[in-house]
Structure formats: C-alpha cells, structure tokens
Design a protein around this ligand. Structure first.
Ligand code: PMP
Ligand code: GLU
Length: 394
C-alpha cells in the first residue's frame, strides 16, 4: 500500500511570481542576457542604517528567540508610526510582526475563517490570495470590476460578496498598480457597513503612490469599521527589504492575540536580527521618498516607451511597481485558453524578456510587467517587447 500525500499537496500549485522570478534569475546567473520584469521587488539596496543595525544586533549577540508577536520596541514603533500616519490610535498590543506581509495574511485568514467560509477577492488579484484561502479550506468569490481595474460596491454586490466572511482589499493593487482614492474607499466602506464580514486591507505598497493625493488607508475613511479591519503592511516594498521578512499586522487585540497564538505554534518570532534591524527602518523615511521618486520616474519612462507599441493597451499605474499590459489583440482567439503563457514563453525564448502572464492573476490576455528596474533596462525591455510582439505567431 502506498501512502498518498494529503489533499493540499494535490491542489496547491507553486507561486508563479516567485517561480518565474527565480527562473529568470537562474538564466541570468547562467549568463543569458535576460531582462527580468517578473520580480515584485525593489532592486535598490536596503538603506544603510538598517544594515548597520543588523550588524550591531549580531555584534551584541541578539541571537535568541523573542516574543512570538515581536520584540516590544518594534511593536511600539509600528504602533506609533501608524498612529501618526493615520491619526487613529494603535497600541503595541494591536500589532504583530510576522515573516512578511504574506504570513500576516495567512495568520489573519487562519484565525478569521471557518472551514468552507467564502472570501471575496477583487480580480485581478495577487497570486497568494486564492492559494491561501484554498489552503485554509475556504472558498473564493471572485469580484470582477465592471470597468477598469477597480471594484465598486455594485461589483461586490453582483458577485455575491455579501455572502463572504472576509473581503481582501489591496491598494495600491498588485498586479495592476491601481490605487483606490478616498471616495472609492468611502463607497466600499459604506457597502461594508451593510454587511457582516472582516476586511483584510493589504497596504504593503502604501508608500509607492504617484498621485498627489497619496495613499489613503481604509481605516482612515472608515474608523468605525476598525474592529473588523486587519491592516497588512511591512518593510518589504517601501524599504527594499524583501529578503528580511518583516511584515506587520494591525488589528484589534483579540485578533492579534489569536494570530500570535498561531504564529507561536508555526514559525515563532521573525528572525531576531531582522527585527532589530527593522527598528532602524523608521528613521529611513528620506530613503523611502527617494526610492518612490525613482519608481515614479521609471513608471513615466515605461509608459512613454510603451505608448509607441502597437497591439497593446494599458492603464497608467498610479502606485506599486506593476503595469498590466493587455495583449489580447495579438493572441489568436482559437488559442485563448493558453493565453499569455505562450506569449510570455515566446518573449523569454526569443527576446530574453521575462514577464508574468496575466492568467496567474486572473487577468487573461495580459502580461504583468514589474518596473522595479532601471530606466535604461525598461527602455531596452520595451524595444525587445516590440520586436517580440511582431514575431509572435498569435
Ligand atoms: N501583498 C501583496 C499585494 C504583495 O504583492 C506581496 C508581495 N510579496 C505581499 C503581500 C507579501 O509581501 P512580503 O514579501 O512582505 O511577504
Ligand atoms: N509579491 C511579489 C510579486 O507579486 C513578490 C513575489 C510573491 O511573493 O508573490 O511579484
């Protein structure tokens, strides 16, 4: 008799974003002249004060377990930062430090969902939302926008999101770069008031907004819903610290306590050295602003270059570092099922250009382009894209 793995081993695929990104990196390491537009991570170095704090932590022997929810000084700093940023008081015991925003999300979904519960997820979505819901034996309700890339209360109502136990609202959005403004958030908050569900506000790209109005957090427009909102963020994107694995969750104490209990049995604390280093990140706001300006310039360079490419359409991203390129015009309708997987392979093989097919995010016919690359690389990438599209058989 052969033992079989459990049900999850059969249904769970790998993360296409991480997978395609490491494939591209492996090709580059092997000497291939690949331009890698897959990676959802800044290419800047982590700010010096953070590196110095990590070295000091090692020198001072901070090498032991910490409290599972994080060292008290860091929880206090996070609480103080978000209190000041949003004008809503957060206490240290309303903060958890986890292994990236990814674990915050997993902890939150784990303690909020019961088996079979539904979670409403706007489409297109970041790849790990449906995967995590599935892993927790929940069910996904996809909420498709009727216009553009952002969902409205009408879209939520039409998709049956009212039946959900939780709604994941990500802004700025991975993979489209869309940013919900105050009025749009207020309308969604008003719709949420008429229902009874939790809201996971994934604001990991909060510092990367290129509009004058900047980032607006859901709790700012709906402080009365705060007891139902788990705010998710972290250092990965704003501070160029993807590999450090420092994410933050902010919610009511009972929710944070439950998430902490789970974390204490699963991964325990985030690496002690990374936590100590994270304390220095909050002094690096000027570096965050510099990186945002650089991303803004890159966004503009990419948009300007793409404007001259035929057969594709896109909306200018207002935030994050992604642009969703609609390539459906160049795809043979008879081969729509394979969608952009074929196009992405073609671009990689023939043009050494790595992108991620929109199908991974629930956006068929599109390619996700990360503009966390230098302006020179982005211009070269668009030149290759133009040639690649011309040579694509459809
Ligand atoms: N949410 C979104 C929307 C993301 O794009 C990412 C990308 N990694 C995460 C959460 C997870 O971030 P982290 O690396 O901090 O786990
Ligand atoms: N979130 C980033 C992306 O979408 C990093 C990879 C991942 O964690 O999915 O590319």
């Amino acid at each position: 008799m052969s033992l079989r793995l459990g049900w999850l081993a059969e249904v769970l695929g790998d993360s296409p974003t991480l997978n395609l990104s490491s494939q591209a990196q492996a090709l580059i390491k092997a000497g291939e002249p690949v331009i890698n537009l897959t990676a959802g991570e800044p290419d800047f170095p982590t700010p010096d004060p953070v590196l110095a704090a990590a070295r000091a932590a090692l020198a001072d022997g901070h090498i032991r377990y910490t409290a599972s929810a994080g060292i008290p000084e860091l929880r206090e700093k996070v609480a103080a930062y978000y209190t000041a940023a949003s004008g809503l008081p957060y206490a240290a015991n309303e903060v958890i430090v986890s292994n990236g925003a990814k674990q915050v999300l997993f902890n939150a979904l784990s303690v909020l969902l019961n088996e079979g519960d539904r979670v409403a997820i706007p489409v297109p979505y970041w790849v790990s939302y449906p995967a995590q819901v599935t892993a927790l034996r929940g069910k996904v309700i996809e909420v498709a926008p009727s216009r553009g890339w952002k969902v409205t209360p009408e879209d939520l109502e039409r998709s049956g999101a009212r039946e959900a136990r939780a709604l994941i609202l990500n802004s700025p959005v991975n993979p489209t770069g869309a940013v919900y403004d105050r009025a749009e958030l207020a309308a969604i908050a008003e719709w949420c008031r008429s229902g009874d569900f939790f809201i996971l506000a994934d604001e990991i790209y909060e510092d990367l907004v290129y509009t004058g109005a900047g980032h607006v957090s859901l709790v700012q427009v709906a402080p009365d819903l705060r007891h139902r909102i788990v705010r998710i963020s972290g250092l990965s994107k704003s501070y160029a610290m993807t590999g450090w694995r420092v994410g933050f969750g902010l919610a009511d104490k009972p929710t944070i306590d439950a998430m902490t209990r789970l974390q204490s049995h699963s991964t325990s604390n985030v690496c002690t050295i990374a936590q100590k280093a994270a304390l220095a990140a909050f002094d690096c706001r000027p570096q965050v602003a510099e990186m945002r300006q650089a991303f803004h310039r890159r966004r503009d360079a990419l948009v300007a270059a793409l404007a001259g490419v035929g057969g594709v359409r896109f909306a200018v991203p207002d935030g994050a570092f992604y642009l969703m390129l609609d390539c459906s015009e160049v795809i043979d309708p008879a081969r729509r099922r394979e969608g952009c997987w074929r196009l992405a392979s073609h671009l990689l093989e023939k043009q050494k250009l790595a992108t991620i097919p929109g199908e991974a995010f629930g956006a068929p016919g599109c390619l996700r382009i990360s503009f966390a690359r230098s302006e020179a690389e982005l211009r070269e990438a668009v030149a290759r894209l133009r040639v690649g599209l011309r040579g694509f058989p459809g």
